[in-house]
Design a protein around this ligand. Structure first.
Ligand code: ATP
Length: 141
């Protein structure tokens, strides 16, 4: 079936670069899978989990939004933020989740609802991906 080239970058740093078998990404209209030789397209991303499959291995990356473009067998992800499962500080994400939930319960202003909801969704995406790492660690013990 061949491979496709994947580049994941944020404004801060490159996060992933290499040949992969497939990518599953959280698009604004739902999760989608990209296989080699996919037709060209572009979409915005939601906060969520990006899964990279490569030679039977799965790598999970939390993204908080951004753009994804597929063209000429290459996938380029320009993410707002992106952390590999191993780089996620779960305690920090848990604290961010609690702060966001508190702000949603007692918003100081209506505009705060949207920012608190966005922060909550980022924290949930990070916790979901960190959980994948925890499960994997359990299996190898
Ligand atoms: P916090 O309130 O904990 O800073 P946040 O959602 O506001 O969370 P962002 O603004 O999305 O954080 O990200 C700021 C930077 O910190 C980015 O580089 C992001 O990759 C990194 N980051 C945020 N949360 C975590 C985490 N739980 N583990 C590892 N890196 C994180």
């Amino acid at each position: 079936m061949g491979k496709l080239n994947l580049e994941i970058v944020t404004a801060e740093s490159p996060v992933y670069s290499g040949e992969v078998d497939s990518v599953i990404a959280p698009g604004v209209v739902g999760q989608f899978t990209i296989l080699p030789h996919h037709a060209a397209f572009m979409t915005m991303l939601e906060p969520g989990e990006l899964c990279v499959r490569q030679s039977g291995e799965e790598l999970f990356i939390a993204v908080s939004g951004g753009f994804l473009e597929v063209k000429d067998n290459e996938v380029v992800v320009l993410a707002d933020t992106a952390e590999r499962a191993d780089d996620i500080d779960a305690a920090r994400a848990e604290a961010a989740k609690r702060r966001a939930e508190e702000r949603l319960r007692h918003p100081a202003a209506a505009a705060e609802l949207a920012t608190a909801e966005a922060a909550l969704r980022r924290s949930l995406a990070r916790l979901k991906v960190a959980e994948k790492r925890r499960k994997r660690e359990k299996r190898t013990i």
